[in-house]
Design a protein around this ligand. Structure first.
Ligand SMILES: Cc1cc2nc3c(=O)[nH]c(=O)nc-3n(C[C@H](O)[C@H](O)[C@H](O)COP(=O)(O)OP(=O)(O)OC[C@H]3O[C@@H](n4cnc5c(N)ncnc54)[C@H](O)[C@@H]3O)c2cc1C
Length: 455
């Protein structure tokens, strides 16, 4: 390149750097909370996300198991932030790289953005722990795309099994293995088992559901729901087994293939569909951004959520290792992410106006997990008040309605849950994945559950 064209390129690059007071990468729980609080306070914000919508990850498993519609868990960012639109700009673009020392971000279309303050809240990614075959054959459940792909695969496999009805042939069955018995794995395995018991039995036949459909839940640790109390773990395992889930604990998955999984103790579990709920790693953007990464590949942040050595840079939610006032590492949860977004917004306002930042004060509401209709466990507040069964189920419903963003989404979820509770029907869900259906078409018929039921 000649000197003048190099200069032209440089000045074109400079023109392409767009400046904002605050640039936020990621519109998950943390990014949206920060953008909303800052927008309300009149701070100029740019919010960047690869999607034009916010996705509610805690209910993705219900999309994958056809319990609720995609529109219940996705809400357009422009709708969430419409009242703050004067101050918050939104760009749906994939961030390719971050330079934490310069507080710049580059999107895939080559545009650079710089903030006086940079907030990184780009979440996490599935971690397959280099398990042979896992990335290739297992279904992760981390995005709406993952959930619709899995939903379509489950429906396709169900229809193929129904067309064959050969219970003696393990490859002809609907066999699902869920890897990871944390809350995500437990909820997913429970929902699939309940679908088999209630929906498949109703739309196909009880005999077919009993003979040709099975769900396995696998974990290397020797309990389900490791962070919960012994009583919650015992209740959860009992309820899962009552639903027909085959629980395999204490042996790691050593490989995944098209036809199932192999455990370290040499057990082979035949499964046409393997769902990976086995762990997360931090966003791939962090290391190249210049951050030193710590536990889980995340960034160790100061108690005020800024990053040591990077003035004006905040890392939030699942991308950060956040420690509370007592020195305990906080888990990767929606509540931690949302509260860290709100707290960072207060500190950013203080920083921009010459005030003082304060240390993150996390309000611990506890944990909960749903096993099936009327069956949940909850351990509430820092005192971990334990609830099981219908009361915990009601608490689970209430908390998730409260957390869902948007009235239409809240109403949609409640209507679906009521209908599911009383009728076990799936009339509202249509999955359209021509790519998956096209593949399945060559192996057998595929129609969505309820497509021809007329209810
Ligand atoms: C299946 C599942 C179930 C869960 N259930 C619960 C639950 O019941 N309760 C609970 O408290 N927590 C639950 N969690 C955890 C909770 O969802 C996360 O802790 C929370 O979403 C983290 O919020 P975040 O803002 O840090 O990241 P996220 O919500 O993951 O948001 C990150 C955002 O960054 C965007 N992004 C990432 N990379 C790029 C890029 N290169 N360019 C542009 N944008 C990018 C993504 O599109 C996304 O919008 C669950 C998680 C999963 C996956």
């Amino acid at each position: 390149m000649g000197k003048s064209s190099e200069e032209d390129q440089k000045s074109a690059d400079v023109r392409r750097v767009k400046e904002h007071d605050v640039v936020i990468v990621g519109a998950g729980f943390a990014g949206v909370a920060a953008a909303k609080s800052l927008g309300k306070a009149g701070v100029d914000v740019l919010l960047l996300d690869q999607n034009s919508y916010h996705q509610f990850q805690p209910l993705l498993y219900q999309v994958a198991t056809s319990q609720i519609a995609v529109s219940t868990v996705a809400r357009p960012l422009r709708s969430i932030l419409r009242r703050e639109r004067e101050h918050v700009s939104i760009r749906a673009a994939r961030v390719e790289s971050i330079d934490a020392s310069k507080k710049t971000v580059t999107t895939s279309d080559g545009i650079h953005y710089r903030g006086r303050i940079l907030v990184v809240a780009s979440g996490a990614e599935p971690n397959f722990f280099n398990t042979p075959g896992a990335e290739e054959h297992a279904y992760p459940l981390y995005s709406i795309d993952d959930a619709t792909r899995l939903s379509s695969a489950l429906l396709g496999a169900l229809e193929r099994a129904s067309a064959t009805r050969d219970a003696s042939n393990e490859q002809a069955k609907l066999a699902v293995a869920v890897v990871g018995a944390g809350p995500n794995g437990v909820e997913t395995a429970g929902a699939i088992a309940e679908n088999i018991r209630d929906v498949v039995a109703k739309y196909h036949s009880e005999q077919f559901a009993a003979d040709s459909c099975e769900v396995h839940l696998v974990d290397m640790v020797d309990t389900v729901l490791p962070p919960f109390s012994k009583a919650s773990q015992k209740y959860t395992r009992t309820q899962l087994e009552k639903l027909g889930v085959k629980v395999h604990l204490g042996s790691a998955v050593s490989s995944v293939s098209k036809t199932g999984i192999k455990l370290a103790d040499d057990t082979r579990i035949p499964a046409g569909i393997v769902i990976w709920a086995g762990g997360l790693k931090a966003s791939h953007l962090l290391g190249p951004a210049g951050f030193t990464t710590g536990r889980g590949g995340r960034v160790d942040v100061n108690p005020d959520l800024t990053v040591p050595g990077f003035p004006g840079v905040y890392v939030l939610g699942d991308t950060a290792n956040i420690v509370d006032a007592k020195g305990r590492a906080l888990p990767q949860l929606g509540s931690v992410a949302k509260q860290s977004g709100n707290w960072a917004a207060k500190n950013i306002q203080a920083e921009l106006s010459g005030g003082t930042r304060t240390d993150f004060g996390f309000v611990d509401m506890g944990y909960m997990a749903m096993i099936g209709r009327g069956k949940s466990v909850a351990e509430l507040s820092t005192r971990r008040y334990q609830l099981q069964g219908p009361l915990a189920f009601l608490a689970w419903l209430g908390v998730h309605v409260m957390l869902l963003s948007g009235w239409q989404q809240k109403i949609g979820a409640v209507v679906s849950w009521f209908r599911d509770y009383f009728t076990s029907s799936r009339p509202q869900v249509v999955v359209h994945r021509p790519d998956v259906y096209e593949q399945a078409r060559h192996q057998g018929p595929t129609t969505a559950i309820g497509e021809s039921s007329g209810d």
